[in-house]
Each structure stands twice: as C-alpha cells, then as structure tokens.
Design a binder for this molecule. Structure first.
Ligand SMILES: CC(C)(COP(=O)(O)OP(=O)(O)OC[C@H]1O[C@@H](n2cnc3c(N)ncnc32)[C@H](O)[C@@H]1OP(=O)(O)O)[C@@H](O)C(=O)NCCC(=O)NCCS
Length: 166
C-alpha cells in the first residue's frame, strides 16, 4: 500500500470579489503582514485581479499574491503582499505563485520585480532569494524602500527595497 500522503492539487487562478474576505483573513492571521481594510482587498480583487493570484486546495484559499505594474515604469512589477496559510507553508506554494505571476501575459515585458521586506521577515527574504536564484536573476537590497520613519504607527520596521532584475 502506498503510505505517502496524497495532497490534493493546487488550483491557481485570478481572484474575484468573493475571495477578498478570505484574503483579508489570511493577511490578518499571518501575524506578519500589515493589515489593510477588507475594502482594500475588494478593490484589488475587482480592479487588479489580472495581476493578482490565489492558490486554492479543495476549495480552501491557501495562498495569494497581489501585485501591479508600476504606472511610472511598465517594466517594473511591484509585488505587494504574498502569504500562504501556516498549514500549507513549506510546500513551494509561494514560489509557484511568484512563478505563475511572472508568466502572465500582462507581465511579458517585465524586466524587474520589486518588493519591500522587513529585515526580520526571514521566510519572505528566503522566498525572494530562491525565486531570483531559480530564474538566474540578480537580487539587490537597498534603502530605497520605505524607512520606519515614514510609517505613522509606532514600532513599524524599515521596509528595504528588494529588486530582482532579469
Ligand atoms: C513567506 C511565505 C509566503 C513563504 O511561503 P511558502 O509557500 O512556505 O514558501 P515556499 O515553500 O515557496 O518556499 C520558498 C523558499 O523560501 C524558503 N523558506 C520559506 N519559509 C522559510 C523559513 N521560515 N525559514 C527559512 N527559509 C524559508 C524555502 O526553503 C524556499 O527556499 P528553497 O526553494 O531554496 O528551498 C510564508 O512564509 C508566509 O505566508 N509568511 C507570512 C506572510 C509574509 O511574511 N509574507 C511576505 C511578506 S509580503
């Protein structure tokens, strides 16, 4: 008998407004990401759905990534938030989300991925490092992100800029 645990396949797709609440909960429960209003995710799911993806397993939303093309530079993709539910982490889901994101036709002219990641968010750093390594891309970290002083709430960390150039 095959004793290996068979995991149901992950479905990757663009979000609809009915996903907004589940994305909002995933962010809230991550304990790592800045919380935003549920309205913010409704906006994203309606107007930026084409540059966002969700990962679903057996109907359960287990991950998502939100991104947009920079209005100033159409070669620049900004990855805003990415998260995978704790029970689904470590299975390559975030890596697949990033890979599939960059395969979208809307990003065919992209030359760079940007994101900001606080220094203590090791899993996120590792994710972007592994993504860059797999693509044979160069990763640079600079202070051109958002320094702590720009955040009105006390105790927010610096958000250095990560740039991955293809
Ligand atoms: C960051 C996050 C999205 C990674 O999701 P994931 O599906 O577990 O990531 P993957 O399985 O695709 O792993 C990607 C790489 O990161 C590494 N990694 C992931 N979590 C790690 C951890 N806690 N410590 C060290 N390395 C880690 C993996 O080993 C892998 O590298 P490899 O390919 O060289 O082995 C997930 O940990 C998460 O949701 N964290 C909370 C939200 C967050 O911080 N989001 C990022 C900021 S926007």
């Amino acid at each position: 008998m095959n004793t290996a645990i068979q995991r149901a396949a992950i479905v990757f797709r663009h979000p609809t407004v009915t996903d907004a609440g589940r994305i909002w909960r995933l962010v809230r429960d991550s304990g790592r990401l800045d919380p935003n209003s549920s309205y913010c995710y409704l906006l994203l799911c309606r107007y930026y759905s084409g540059t966002c993806l969700v990962a679903e397993r057996e109907g359960e939303l287990v991950g998502f990534v939100t991104s947009f093309l920079s209005p100033q530079d159409p070669a620049n993709v900004f990855v805003w938030q990415i998260a995978v539910s704790p029970t689904a982490q470590g299975q390559g889901i975030a890596t697949s989300l990033l890979q599939r994101l960059m395969e979208l036709p809307v990003y065919r002219h992209a030359k760079r991925v940007e994101a900001t990641v606080s220094p203590t968010n090791i899993s996120s750093r590792r994710l972007f490092e592994a993504f860059a390594r797999r693509r044979g891309a160069r990763l640079a970290i600079s202070n051109d992100g958002f320094p702590a002083a720009l955040f009105p709430e006390p105790g927010h960390e610096d958000e250095p800029l990560i740039q991955i150039s293809f």
